[in-house]
Design a protein around this ligand. Structure first.
Ligand SMILES: Nc1nc2c(ncn2[C@@H]2O[C@H](COP(=O)(O)OP(=O)(O)O)[C@@H](O)[C@H]2O)c(=O)[nH]1
Ligand SMILES: [Mg+2]
Length: 239
């Protein structure tokens, strides 16, 4: 099966080239069929050299592509990138490669060989291994996932992990079913709607290493937006 790995980026000039290089050599080593895969850098609104570096990388590597969207938001970046894709499998991972790369092989297998529709990384499974997670992020993550479970009635263990892959076939229906957010919440919506639609979800306990210095997330404003989006999604469910 063919696949696209999207990397959403915002102002990542410092690490973009190196991280894409690491991902590229990993995929090259494990997937040797030509034209089987692509890395798509999805930039929206970077104000540094990110976009120029993405262009350079796309010239250096045959398998690297980029898309650029004028408005900010990870959800929008992913929808744009996946919307242009022709691959059997689409998905994304964070540029910091916080999720250990070999997990991608498990994710690929789950969809390509075991018939799963959606694979999501989880940092909250008992077999997960989480390194360097700042205490307040850990707490925020647990509270948020608890709210998802109690308020939306979902069963998945981690809605926000930056590591998700799905069969592209199901994307349009997930979006029709309510996965539409332009921001970070899109990632959680995908799983929520997938559950509502009784898709086959594969929970992948991951080894996750936080890079404390690089995070752009501001917990309080993000939490407010998340909760607002959760309420909207709930309304959709009951309507
Ligand atoms: N396209 C896009 N990517 C973003 C945006 N905000 C963050 N990112 C990317 O999303 C990924 C995860 O961000 P990060 O700050 O590491 O989040 P954290 O690990 O949850 O603290 C990185 O690859 C960022 O460059 C955005 O508004 N648009
Ligand atoms: Mg990170």
């Amino acid at each position: 099966m063919t696949f696209d790995v999207t990397i959403p980026v915002l102002n990542e000039e410092e690490t973009l080239a190196e991280q894409v290089g690491i991902l590229h050599s990993f995929l090259k080593e494990h997937f040797t069929t030509s034209n089987q895969w692509r890395i798509v850098i999805a930039d929206n609104g970077s104000e540094d050299r990110t976009r120029a570096i993405a262009e350079e990388l796309s010239q250096t590597y045959d398998e690297v592509f980029w898309v650029s969207v004028s408005r900010r938001g990870v959800g929008l970046a992913l929808k744009t990138s996946w919307g242009q894709s022709e691959a059997d499998i689409v998905g994304y991972m964070d540029l910091d490669l916080a999720t250990d790369l070999p997990h991608f092989l498990e994710a690929y297998r789950a969809i390509a060989e075991e018939g799963y529709d959606v694979v999501y990384g989880s940092r909250l499974h008992r077999d997960s291994q989480v390194i360097n997670r700042p205490f307040k992020r850990e707490v925020a993550s647990r509270v948020f996932n608890f709210l998802l479970k109690s308020y939306l009635g979902v069963r998945f263990s981690d809605g926000m992990c930056g590591f998700k892959f799905l069969r592209r076939e199901v994307l349009a229906e997930l979006m029709d079913g309510g996965a539409q957010n332009d921001g970070w919440f899109f990632s959680t919506e995908l799983l929520t709607v997938a559950e509502w639609q009784k898709r086959k979800l594969f929970e992948l306990p991951v080894k996750w290493t936080d890079d404390i210095s690089s995070s752009k997330v501001q917990i309080i404003p993000l939490a407010k937006r998340y909760i607002r989006s959760m309420v909207e999604l709930k309304r959709l469910k009951s309507s």
